[in-house]
Design a protein around this ligand. Sequence first.
Ligand code: SAH
Length: 303
Amino acid sequence: MEACNAYYYSTRDPLGRDGDFTTAPEISQMFGELVGAALADCWKRAGAPSDAIYAELGPGRGTLAADALRVLRAAGFEGEVHLVETSPVLREAQSKAVPEAIWHDGLADLPVRPLLLVANEFFDALPVRHFVGVMERRVMIAAGGLAFDRDGEIIERSPAREEAMHTVATSVAQCGGVALIVDYGHEKSAPGDTLQAVRGHRYVPVLVDAGEQDLTAHVDFEALGRVAREAGSTVSDVVTQGDWLNSLGIGARAASLATANPKRVPELEKAVDRLCHEEQMGQLFKVMAIHSPDWPAPAGFAQ
Ligand code: SAH
């Protein structure tokens, strides 16, 4: 999964209608603007530390960063922008959207400073491991193709995600800051195989065309929350993307954009529906925040 995704992301921009999948920030500017507003509000209530940085994991085309930073800059945030991205193709797109950015290959390279961090659909792309009982399920070459070496009830684990979360949560606990993790997944750990492949906006078999399709698995937010707590961060409840965006005021933002340009009303209504409706992204996608015990909790979560 790691090798396939490294190849996949380094050889293409997979986002948008002509690509393989579309993400929330690519649907509407409102998504990134509300992320920016939530981070700006938290930063201000923490005393607006001038050494804080904006950091993003797997920023895609840089659309979320550009929309969030517009709001953060308007709120007086002048800090640096640090992007963790391995794909040269996507770094190129990000440099157009966020010219001032500084890039890193891995999370461990982020500076030791208060973080205003966001990760949208980053954790789902990190590799998972499958276990049947105590045996790890592996992929083997069979009849010229790839096949799993065993079946049974699958327990899915992701040491790579836990390591990434440990790094973020340790930094936040020690230096201050807040991190917003947005991804599709489940609030409670449960057995089951959630590995999936998407190509051209359709689900396809996972072991076909290795490296040519987007491989992801649902994020186990309970496991990530446990790791973050152990590292000393405070962890929010897990809320649905629909509830989160509604409580951050997506309705008011859509109304204000519609007043500024009434021709946009149909597009804005469609975007709110796609982002928030429970049959679209509103229910499947979840949001979890972690923050330093010295920082206030970000808006949008039940306290
Ligand atoms: N956040 C963006 C893109 C999501 S796609 C959006 O919402 O539109 C996943 C992103 O994570 C891509 O930018 C991809 O190149 C990056 N990525 C995947 N695996 C990574 C890894 N191991 N290290 C750094 N970036 C990675």
